[in-house]
Design a protein around this ligand. Sequence first.
Ligand SMILES: Nc1ncnc2c1ncn2[C@@H]1O[C@H](COP(=O)(O)OP(=O)(O)O)[C@@H](O)[C@H]1O
Ligand SMILES: CC(C)(COP(=O)(O)O)[C@@H](O)C(=O)NCCC(=O)O
Length: 315
Amino acid sequence: MTQSAELSPYHHFSKAEWVALRADEPMTLSADDVLRLRALSDPISLAEAEQVYLPLARLLSLYVEAIQGLHRVSQRFLNIGAPKVPFIIGVAGSVAVGKSTTARILRALLQRWPSSPKVDLVTTDGYLHPNATLIERGLMRRKGFPESFDRARLVAFLAAVKSGTPALDVPIYSHLVYDVVPGEHLIVDQPDILIVEGLNILQPGAPGKAGAPILYASDFIDFSIYIDADPGDLEAWYLERFFRLRETAFRNPDSFFKRYADMSKDEAGKFGLDNWRSINLPNLMDNIAPTRTRADLILKKGSDHLVADVLLRMV
Ligand SMILES: Nc1ncnc2c1ncn2[C@@H]1O[C@H](COP(=O)(O)OP(=O)(O)O)[C@@H](O)[C@H]1O
Ligand SMILES: CC(C)(COP(=O)(O)O)[C@@H](O)C(=O)NCCC(=O)O
């Protein structure tokens, strides 16, 4: 374990040092579970899940215990019985970095703790403005940028979960139709743990009316994870996934990207690269990467998609 740089709040762990921190955290996933949970084009294996996510699950169990202890102490001090306060974990990072795999693997591991906690998972893409609004505001080529989300609604949801509100509706986004699905939602009902995954969760909320405070989604997050990778690797992973989707999801007649399945590979590839370079890369550089140092934990991936370094915030 080394201090990563002078004055850095992070401790740096090599992969080998991080793996050793698993201690006696049991492996409750099988190779089949990992295959089922991983996202398209993510080559995560059972060994990687064990090496990276078991030490993380152990760390999280200690955090959950400590935070619950803190709530008990506050309740005793105030002499009140308050509703159950969920522990919220945030997973941030670029498009195509593998946030969804991390979130799903973590969810499966935490659900299998001996206390069988109720673990819900929400992706922030449901809080994108619908395409009709994005078109009206000239934002269709800014999907994923801060202004493309209804940030006030996302923060209001997190505040409501934290205050123990039952049966909250969460909007759903479909990658297939490339839009929020009208009338469909997921219900989040007082989970013990909530995992929130999205590229925007460490960004500030939208400024409200003049003089109103700007709320951060991260104000409601107990532990945040930023998945990091070099932009060159991310471009390669995005394109690799784009070509896989061209062979699969884009062939669906309902796919927003169906036109890419109908063109030649070279022609479609030009559009894929343009989507990366004119939307997702500028968003990464301007709005996502600058939030990395707000995370409690940074998982840095190498070009083989495997986590090579771990940085844990100590202060
Ligand atoms: N056009 C698409 N059609 C179908 N699925 C998609 C499309 N784009 C992304 N996905 C899937 O959506 C999920 C989220 O992708 P993304 O936002 O890039 O985050 P990440 O790669 O970090 O999980 C992934 O499982 C990805 O495979
Ligand atoms: C839906 C997304 C903005 C990701 O949002 P998130 O789930 O991280 O909140 C992204 O996957 C996306 O569709 N970006 C638009 C550019 C593109 O088509 O690649």
